[in-house]
Design a protein around this ligand. Structure first.
Ligand code: PRP
Ligand code: URA
Length: 212
């Protein structure tokens, strides 16, 4: 696949190793959930490496000093329901003060197009760095719609984080929202006739919540 601006593949060996365990059909719900959270934390570590810093005064036991702390715009984490919920805990472990929004979308089983059922975002959304998360970027329809909704509410500085992506989804998301920074754990081969990612990991929502 051609290299696209604003698209980052997170090739860290720990991320790759954990994704391989996620893929296995023998990985149960408990371990699956834990791995999704760990991968989200490792991805978040990379995706947030441009958070702005400012020097603040701190008094150590020795003396006063100016020392860098995260400044300015605060973070909002926005999971796409349901599966995105599994990534929240991992990102929150890095930035515990982040606010959390929710966007509810499900894919129509016939058209594969996303259907919206919920949207609640922290205010003022326009002043926050927004991390949209969903483990799977398949056709890209859900991510494109979620980000369109966030922009309609005023969101500007948006990052999208997923664990596994299909080339179709990456291209569609990048085309619709070229300003959004996209972070991907692993780029898979293609989509099948049911718009599932191959080899993928199956239905992420069902595997996180044990609904199948
Ligand atoms: C899955 C997944 C994404 C979407 C990706 O959700 O979590 O949101 O599919 O597919 P797309 O890129 O083709 O839009 P699903 O619709 O199965 O809902 P769920 O999380 O509630 O199970
Ligand atoms: N949603 C999933 O959960 N898995 C896929 O492979 C595609 C969409």
């Amino acid at each position: 696949m051609e290299k696209l601006e604003n698209v980052t593949y997170l090739n860290h060996p720990l991320i790759q190793h954990k994704i391989s365990i996620l893929r296995s059909k023998d990985t149960g719900t408990n371990e699956f959930r834990q791995l999704v959270a760990e991968i989200a934390m490792l991805e978040g570590f990379e995706a947030l490496n441009d958070l702005p810093l400012e020097n603040v005064e701190v008094e150590t036991p020795i003396e006063k000093c100016l020392t860098p702390m995260i400044s300015g715009r605060k973070l909002a984490i926005v999971p796409i329901l349901r599966a995105g919920l599994g990534m929240v805990e991992g990102i929150l472990s890095l930035v515990p003060s982040a606010k959390i929004g929710h966007i509810g979308l499900y894919r129509d089983e016939v058209t594969f197009e996303p259907q919206e059922y919920y949207c609640k975002l922290p205010k003022p959304i326009e002043e926050r760095t927004i991390v949209v998360c969903d483990p799977m970027l398949a056709t890209g329809g859900s991510a494109v719609d979620a980000i369109t909704m966030i922009k309609k509410h005023g969101g500007k500085n948006i990052k999208f984080m997923c664990i596994i992506a299909a080339p179709e989804g990456v291209n569609r998301l990048h085309e619709a929202h070229p300003d959004v920074q996209i972070y991907i754990g692993h780029l898979d081969r293609c989509l099948n006739e049911h718009a599932y990612i191959c080899p993928g990991l199956g239905d992420a929502g069902d595997r996180i919540f044990g609904t199948k």
